[in-house]
Design a binder for this molecule. Structure first.
Ligand code: ARG
Length: 462
């Protein structure tokens, strides 16, 4: 029996080479549960339109329920001859209901509106799964901040010592980026809550079906597509999903890079838990940050999925083109990779040991309090341009003498500038420098506590 949905006008079956090229069933099979849900909703609107009797609808739903069970337990699977998941499931339904009833379901729909709808349903479910895993990661970051409320560390720009910051402040900067990613997922989900079902191949249906009823049935909060051509041909929802997952990958890669550095002998800021690090096959002493490195590497792959997809979409004429079959594997991969990566990455962060003494010791190194001298002078009424010069001079003397800023004598301060009284020493401590930056978003413990509470509230709300 020919399973093809389009055999009527063909004298010959497809060549083996075409069949191989054309098949998507090996990767779109994961849409099967959504395809069956779509079929149930479609059967109901066929009944509403008078195209299925109540008894036919009952049998149709029974047949689909049976097929769903058979798919779930593996009794029924698609084959390469089925081409795609939609064709395979139609064969499954025909086998269960016979050609007379089974052959009625296809009226008024096309694989084009089906696949556009099911793909949205699949990605919306996975946006929620990824959102949940992201929340776990945010929780781990917030936990790190909460567990180290008063630990100072060297804040860096250009990877050079810049100014001391609170460790919690630094960690929460990553949490802020992730919370915007979580928000992106929620906003994307709302935009994607529109159902293309009923768009048919591209032009809609002449059978008096009700696309809005299908949309409601399938949980699309914003109804059905306003334009059937757009409904079947647009894939910006896929590209945007690929962007958000790539952005999550990039944001995680930035944390990963720091963990890799922090975990080196030279930094010695953190130690990874044994359960979240790996050894070497030749060097017995090694303990490697493989999770962080895989995160860094997979971010490249997630970016590749986005750019490959955009290249596929570029310059496609309306409406559906078979090129669009290439839209699924990249984002399926993005889902799979992130869903694998996030739990490991969260576990690594949640079990990290932070070496507070080491962080605190390095916080004032590299003359990172020089800005505090300049700002102290500004508070004495000195123009910042002059203050900057004077503080720079202090650094120069320290470098020459091989001492730190707080080791300058009163005489040395006075020799550098008459404005530099011994009271300047008050700001030459890390706690003083931190506490002074107490405006919103600053690194003072009081300001970081406010931020922490906001991030916490946000996490509870999302
Ligand atoms: N498998 C196709 C896809 O993933 C859907 C089928 C549409 N095929 C067609 N010849 N119109 O996009």
């Amino acid at each position: 029996q020919d399973v093809r949905l389009w055999g009527g006008r063909f004298a010959d079956g497809p060549s083996e080479a075409l069949e191989k090229l054309s098949a998507s069933v090996h990767f779109d099979w994961r849409l099967a549960p959504y395809d069956i849900a779509g079929s149930r909703a479609h059967a109901r609107v066929l009944h509403k339109a008078g195209l299925l009797t109540a008894e036919e609808l009952r049998q149709m739903i029974d047949g689909l329920d049976q097929l769903e069970r058979d798919v779930a337990d593996g009794t029924f699977t698609g084959t390469i001859a089925d081409e795609d998941v939609h064709t395979a499931l139609e064969r499954g339904l025909l086998e269960r209901l016979g050609p007379d009833l089974g052959g009625k379901l296809r009226a008024g729909r096309s694989r084009n509106d089906q696949v556009a709808t099911l793909f949205r349903m699949y990605l919306r479910d996975h946006a929620r799964i990824i959102g949940g895993l992201l929340a776990d990661l945010q929780e781990a970051l917030v936990g790190l901040a909460e567990a180290h409320p008063d630990v100072a560390m060297p804040g860096r720009t250009h990877l050079q010592h810049a100014q001391p910051v609170l460790f919690a402040h630094h960690v929460l900067a990553h949490a802020q980026a992730l919370s915007r990613d979580a928000e992106r997922l929620r906003q994307w989900d709302a935009r994607t809550a529109v159902s293309p079902y009923g768009s048919g191949a591209l032009a809609g249906s002449s059978l008096g079906l009700d696309p809005q009823a299908v949309a409601a049935d399938l949980g699309f909060e914003h109804g059905s597509s306003a334009n059937s051509i757009d409904g079947t041909a647009s894939r910006d929802f896929v590209a945007e999903f690929a962007f958000i997952t790539a952005m999550i990958g990039v944001d995680i890669s930035k944390i990963a890079e720091e963990i890799i550095l922090w975990n080196t002998k030279e930094f010695s800021f953190v130690t990874l838990h044994d359960a979240f690090s790996t050894g070497s096959s030749i060097m017995p002493q090694k303990k490697n940050p493989d999770i962080a490195e895989l995160a860094r590497g997979k971010s490249g792959r997630l970016i590749g999925n986005l750019t490959g997809l955009l290249a596929t979409l570029k310059a496609l004429p309306l409406a559906y083109n078979r090129d669009l079959q290439e839209d699924k594997e990249p984002v399926f991969d993005s889902c799979d990779q992130l869903e694998m990566l996030l739990p490991a990455f969260t576990g690594m962060l949640a079990t990290l040991t932070v070496h507070r003494e080491r962080l605190a010791e390095l916080a004032p190194a590299g003359f990172s309090l020089a800005t505090d001298i300049a700002e102290w002078l500004v508070r004495q009424g000195i123009p910042f341009r002059v203050a900057h010069e004077v503080a720079g001079e202090c650094v120069k003397v320290c470098e020459r003498e091989g001492i730190e800023l707080d080791e300058l004598t009163d005489e040395q301060f006075a020799a550098i500038s008459p404005h530099l009284g011994p009271q300047v020493r008050e700001v030459l401590t890390v706690p003083g420098a931190l506490a002074a930056r107490d405006g919103r978003g600053g690194t003072a413990p009081s300001a970081v506590a406010v931020q922490l509470a906001e991030v916490r509230d946000d996490l509870v709300a999302q």
